[in-house]
Design a protein around this ligand. Structure first.
Ligand SMILES: *Cc1c(COP(=O)(O)O)cnc(C)c1O
Length: 433
């Protein structure tokens, strides 16, 4: 069959009703384990020779459909794994590529939890991180690559300021040094950017956000295109032959033998999900599948509203600046047109004039926008990142990520844009009355 276009794949990709009692909606397989049937079949399953479900921590038919659907939404992808949170997707990917030593090359322009994990978690796993000073200067990545750098890790569109990174040129630098590029594509979603098109090797998501889009689930995904060569010597975790991977005849096998098309997510399943355990529940897989069915319709509307709201904010005296590629004089316009021609997402920031008291009154005065630490919800959200979502970042990282005390972040939802604008209008009045 020819590859389905995005809007068809998001409804039908990876699912054949004939394999599921002809159910139209993907069934929720709420079961822990599966009958092994026969000793012979069980032997095959325990030897990684079969993809049949064995135990829901490792795989589940509902989750399998979600993984196949996500692959279908990324032309070029060969495999995916669903996880219990976006943080599991980030940390399992980085643990998988580093495997107990070496360095991660990244930027301060990351989700707060991700930057924070470098010191709070990765140091304990023997892994260090280097953050480039200016991610807009792609050469600054190359300058920090060392002998033991294991990957470059970036976000395609960043939060809260909606900056766009030059994925293609950063991928070229990574590949010139034989290391993979891992991209957190949470804000863009595959509808706005397919990072594989620009050289990414692994893509991670917090599906909690726009991918599911209804603020009702915590979920993560890792996707790969199977292109990176893990056999070069720098990644022995993919080529060693531990006893637990042995074949039924006792033959030695490595991860690349067992998962030739999707070794990265295959290894996350065999190691990280197996031992650290953050499997996604089938019910949450179902909710993500349901959310993905309307991904483009939701983003189209959110982008249209974001455009109007950016225009509105730029006309207000109380606003110092607006940060989004659609804002006047944005330095990211060209990159956004290249990577995200439909729009660089509906999460962006503006600077509110005045002092702490004005900010507090503004945040508390909105009635339609809700004060919450989430993004990508059907509801519009507002927050002050420096005191909430990014508070754990050291002051120098906040500065590097361009998060100021007066930064207000908006995540535009699906309400009527006129109501959203009126809500901001009355909040400005309340904040400065
Ligand atoms: C929210 C978020 C995460 C973490 O995801 P959870 O689902 O909350 O664990 C990671 N990366 C980005 C860009 C995010 O926005």
């Amino acid at each position: 069959m020819t590859r389905q276009r995005f809007d068809t794949a998001k409804i039908r990709g990876g699912y054949n009703p004939a394999d599921h009692n002809w159910a139209v909606s993907v069934p929720i397989y709420q079961t822990t384990a599966y009958e092994l049937g026969s000793v012979e079949r069980s032997d095959e399953m325990f030897a990684f020779n079969s993809n049949d479900p064995l135990y829901t921590r490792l795989s589940n038919p509902t989750t399998d459909v979600l993984e196949a659907r996500i692959v279908s939404l990324h032309p070029g992808a060969t495999g995916a794994i669903a996880l219990a949170s976006g943080m599991a997707a980030v940390t399992y990917s980085l643990l998988n590529v580093t495997a107990g030593s070496g360095r991660i090359l990244s930027t301060a322009r990351l989700y707060g939890g991700s930057v924070d994990s470098f010191e709070q978690l990765f140091e304990e796993f023997g892994v260090a991180a280097d953050l480039v000073e200016d991610p807009d200067d792609v050469n600054s990545f190359e300058k920090l690559i060392r002998q033991d750098t294991k990957c470059i890790y970036i976000e395609s569109i960043t939060n809260p300021n909606a900056t766009v990174l030059d994925i293609e040129r950063i991928a070229e630098i990574a590949h010139r040094h034989d290391i993979p590029l891992i991209v957190d594509n949470t804000i863009a979603t595959p509808y706005l950017i397919n990072p594989f098109e620009f050289g990414a090797d692994v893509v991670v998501y917090s599906a909690t956000k726009g991918l599911t889009g209804h603020g009702n689930v915590i979920a993560g995904l890792v996707v790969e295109n199977g292109k990176f060569d893990w056999s070069g010597g720098k990644y022995p975790q993919f080529t060693k032959t531990p006893y637990f991977l042995s074949g039924l005849d006792g033959s030695k096998r490595n991860i690349l033998d067992i998962f030739p098309d999707d070794p990265f997510t295959g290894r996350i399943r065999a190691i990280h999900v197996n031992y650290l355990g953050a499997a996604l529940s089938p019910f949450n897989s179902y909710l993500v599948l349901l959310g993905v069915e309307t991904l483009s319709e939701r983003l189209d509307k959110q982008l249209a509203s974001a455009k109007k709201i950016i225009g509105f904010l730029e006309g207000r005296d109380e606003v110092l600046w607006v940060k989004h590629p659609w804002a006047k004089n944005s330095p990211y316009r060209e990159l956004a047109e290249k990577y995200a021609p439909k729009g660089a997402g509906a999460v962006f920031s503006f600077g509110l004039k005045g002092n702490d008291d004005n900010r507090k009154r503004f945040l508390e005065a909105t009635n339609v926008f809700s004060l919450q630490a989430n993004i990508g919800d059907a509801r519009s959200l507002i927050i002050n990142p420096s005191r909430t979502t990014h508070i754990e970042l050291k002051p120098e990282y906040q500065k590097a990520a361009d998060i100021q005390d007066n930064t207000i972040r908006l995540s535009i939802g699906l309400e009527d844009s006129e109501d959203l604008i009126e809500d901001l209008e009355q909040a400005f009045e309340a904040a400065f009355s």
